[in-house]
Design a protein around this ligand. Structure first.
Ligand code: SAM
Length: 326
């Protein structure tokens, strides 16, 4: 079985593919002024995506996450899910979404072959949700999560960016929410990007105190598979749900890196905060370029650095996560 391994010994069974840079939200830490198209971007077509995923699958990629921007803005999302989930070698297809289209579409996505879902939900308070995202859609999103839970996904996860003075007092509410729901909540530490320095300085909060609180309350760190990625996950016998922490500023975070990214315009990005992209799109125009595409991906992996330089405030060429696929 082929597998992508870099010169630091890390394995890469996981690809995050951005389907669009466009987003319908105005999250305060990502696109506070909304998405503004830069010229007329042409995002990867269904055919290009199918070729790309075949090449990664040939290199041992087993898990694919579709993200963005907001991937559910693409009308052809069900066709994309069907194409990638039927690619030989791909075992899991996950989607990261802001959840606005869940109530209408989640069953369609599930039927097309989606196996896992991550929904961004930074708060359990409808007013705060409006303030953070710019949209009064808390009820739709939480209803969409209930709909998803009824569909038997392998996993339903919620992403909450931890924000000082915005949502850092909600652990008790989250515990109530998780008591009877088979959901994993992931607290993500706010990351600095090219465009959000002032916001980052105001609202960044390390997850250490939150983790200590979990431990004090009897939550236990779980053991995860070696390729499971850098999240730390806690479980408690009284709760069906789990709580994870993604702490990109913690020591050794990058040692657990198991993922590569491709942008919506077909650039391979070896790191979320790298300072270059490797264009794959020229090799996505014909099935005849499959071998050359596989070779380019395998060779370029040699350039992957041991770690990001976020601690030094170096955010690479990532103005915001919508531009690369968070
Ligand atoms: N639109 C989709 C969504 O809302 O889930 C997918 C794209 S979004 C960029 C992916 C995730 O990145 C979301 O959970 C979002 O909250 C998170 N995110 C965006 N900017 C971030 C930042 N600066 N630091 C940490 N997480 C961030």
């Amino acid at each position: 079985m082929p597998v992508l391994v870099d010169r630091h010994g890390r394995r890469f069974p996981y690809l995050r593919l951005s389907l669009t840079q466009a987003c319908n939200y105005r999250c305060s830490y990502c696109l506070p002024d909304g998405y503004a198209a830069d010229g007329r971007p042409r995002f990867l077509s269904l055919e290009e995506i199918a070729r790309l995923v075949r090449a990664f699958a040939a290199l041992g990629m087993r898990k694919l996450r579709l993200t963005g921007g907001e991937p559910s803005l693409r009308k052809d999302l069900p066709a994309i899910i069907a194409a990638v989930s039927s690619t030989p070698g791909i075992e899991r297809v996950a989607l990261t979404t802001n959840g606005t289209h869940l109530p209408r579409h989640v069953r369609l996505w599930r039927d097309a072959g989606l196996t896992a879902l991550n929904v961004s939900l930074d708060t359990l308070d409808a007013g705060r949700f409006h303030a953070i995202t710019g949209h009064d859609r808390f009820a739709e999103v939480t209803q969409g999560v209930e709909d998803a839970l009824a569909l038997g996904f392998d996993a339903v996860k919620l992403n909450a960016v931890l924000l000082r003075d915005c949502n850092d007092d909600e652990l008790p509410a989250w515990r109530d929410y998780l008591r009877d729901r088979d959901v994993t909540l992931r607290f993500i530490e706010l990351m600095q990007t090219g465009d959000n320095l002032a916001y980052f300085q105001r609202h960044h909060l390390r997850a250490d105190a939150l983790e200590q609180q979990l431990v004090d309350d009897g939550w236990k760190l779980t053991t995860r598979a070696p390729d499971a990625g850098p999240a730390r996950e806690y479980a408690h016998p009284d709760y069906r749900g789990r709580i994870g922490v993604i702490a990109p500023y913690s020591k050794d975070f990058c040692a657990g890196c198991n993922r590569l990214r491709v942008t919506a315009t077909g650039d391979l990005r070896l790191c979320l905060f790298g300072d270059f992209g490797i264009p794959l799109r020229p090799l996505l125009q014909s099935d005849g370029d499959h071998d050359a595409l596989v070779a380019r991906i395998a060779t370029q992996l040699g350039l992957k650095a041991a770690g990001h330089e976020l601690h030094q405030g170096l955010t690479g060429i990532t103005p915001h996560l919508a531009s690369i696929g968070g």
